[in-house]
Design a protein around this ligand. Structure first.
Ligand code: ATP
Length: 273
C-alpha cells in the first residue's frame, strides 16, 4: 500500500491539560519539555540530555496522548510511527523508513519522535518464530539503534516510545544513551477516572443528573480510551432517544455497551502474546 512513511504534525494543540490523572507521569515527563525548550541550560555544566524515554503501560491509558502533549507544551513538531506497521514490510523498507524519519526529525529539531508499539520492532533479536521470518524486523531494529547512536544528545531530537510489553524488548534498546528512562502509565484509579470523565464530559450537553463521581465508581478497570468511548456512546444514545441533554441513564447504557464490547474482544483475542 501507499501509506505515508510516517506521520508528522508541525503544530500540536494537545497540552497537559488534555491529559487527566497521570500526575506522576506528567511530573516526570515535564523534564523533557524543559530539555526541549532550553537545552543549553542543561548541557552547560557538562550534562547530557537523554535521547529517549519509554512510556510503559496497558493499551488506551494515554501514552500517545502524553507524548503529543510533550510536543504541544514545548511547541515542537511531533513525528510518529507505529511498530506494528513494520511487521509485514518488504525487506529493506522498514530500515529505510526509520532512516527517513530521523533525517527529517534532525532537520526539524527540536522535535519529538514517537514510536508506538515499539515491541513490534524491538523484541529481543533471535526470539521465537521461524529462522528468517524475523530478518526484516531485525533490520528495522538495527537501523533504529544505529540512528539513536548517530545523533548527538544536544541535537534536540527526543524519542518517546510506548509499549505494554517492556519484558520482551531487546536489552540493546534499554542501554544508557538509548531508552534509558522509563515512565509508567498505569490504568487510572477511581480518582483518575473521575478526572478523565471530566475532560471527556466537557464537550457534551449534560443533564444535571450526570455525576462524574458515580460514573467513575461504575467503571473499575476502564482505561482512558474506554472512558472517552463511554462519553461518546452516551451522547449518541441520547441523540437516538431524541433527548435534549445526555442523562445518567444514557451513560449507564453506554457503560454496559462498552463492557459488552470489551468482553467480546477478550473472547476473540487469544491469551498468548
Ligand atoms: P495504545 O497503547 O492502545 O496506543 P495509548 O496508551 O497510546 O494506547 P491513547 O491513544 O493515548 O492511549 O488514548 C486513546 C484515547 O483515550 C485518547 O485519545 C483520549 O481520548 C483517551 N484517553 C486515554 N487516556 C487519557 C487520559 N489520561 N486523559 C484523557 N483522555 C485519555
Amino acid at each position: 500500500s501507499k501509506a505515508a512513511l510516517f506521520d508528522a504534525e508541525n503544530k500540536v494543540k494537545i497540552t497537559f491539560s488534555d491529559v487527566a490523572g497521570l500526575d506522576e507521569a506528567k511530573e516526570e515527563i515535564k523534564e523533557i519539555v524543559d530539555f526541549l525548550k532550553n537545552p543549553s541550560k542543561f548541557t552547560k555544566l557538562g550534562g547530557k540530555i537523554p535521547k529517549g524515554a519509554l512510556l510503559v503501560g496497558p493499551p488506551g491509558t494515554g501514552k500517545t496522548l502524553l507524548a503529543k502533549a510533550v510536543a504541544g507544551e514545548a511547541g515542537v513538531p511531533f513525528f510518529s510511527l507505529s511498530g506494528s506497521d513494520f511487521v509485514e514490510m518488504f525487506v529493506g523498507v522498514g530500515a529505510a523508513r526509520v532512516r527517513d524519519l530521523f533525517k527529517q526529525a534532525k532537520e526539524k529539531a527540536p522535535c519529538i519522535v514517537f514510536i508506538d508499539e515499539i515491541d513490534a520492532i524491538g523484541r529481543s533479536r533471535g526470539r521465537g518464530q521461524l529462522p528468517g521470518a524475523n530478518d526484516e524486523r531485525e533490520n528495522t531494529l538495527n537501523s533504529l539503534l544505529v540512528e539513536m547512536d548517530g545523533f548527538a544528545t544536544d541535537s534536540g531530537v527526543i524519542i518517546l516510545a510506548a509499549t505494554n510489553r517492556p519484558d520482551v524488548l531487546d536489552s540493546a534498546l534499554l542501554r544508557p544513551g538509548r531508552f534509558d528512562r522509563q515512565i509508567s502509565i498505569d490504568k487510572p484509579d477511581i480518582v483518575g477516572r473521575e478526572a478523565i470523565f471530566k475532560v471527556h464530559l466537557k464537550p457534551i450537553k449534560l443533564d444535571p443528573s450526570v455525576d462524574p463521581k458515580k460514573l467513575s465508581a461504575q467503571t473499575p478497570g476502564f482505561a482512558g480510551a474506554e472512558i472517552a468511548n463511554v462519553c461518546n456512546e452516551a451522547a449518541l444514545i441520547a441523540a437516538r432517544r431524541d433527548k435534549k441533554a445526555v442523562d445518567m441513564q444514557d451513560f449507564q447504557d453506554a457503560i454496559d455497551r462498552v463492557i459488552g464490547g470489551l468482553e467480546k474482544k477478550n473472547k476473540i483475542i487469544s491469551p498468548e502474546e
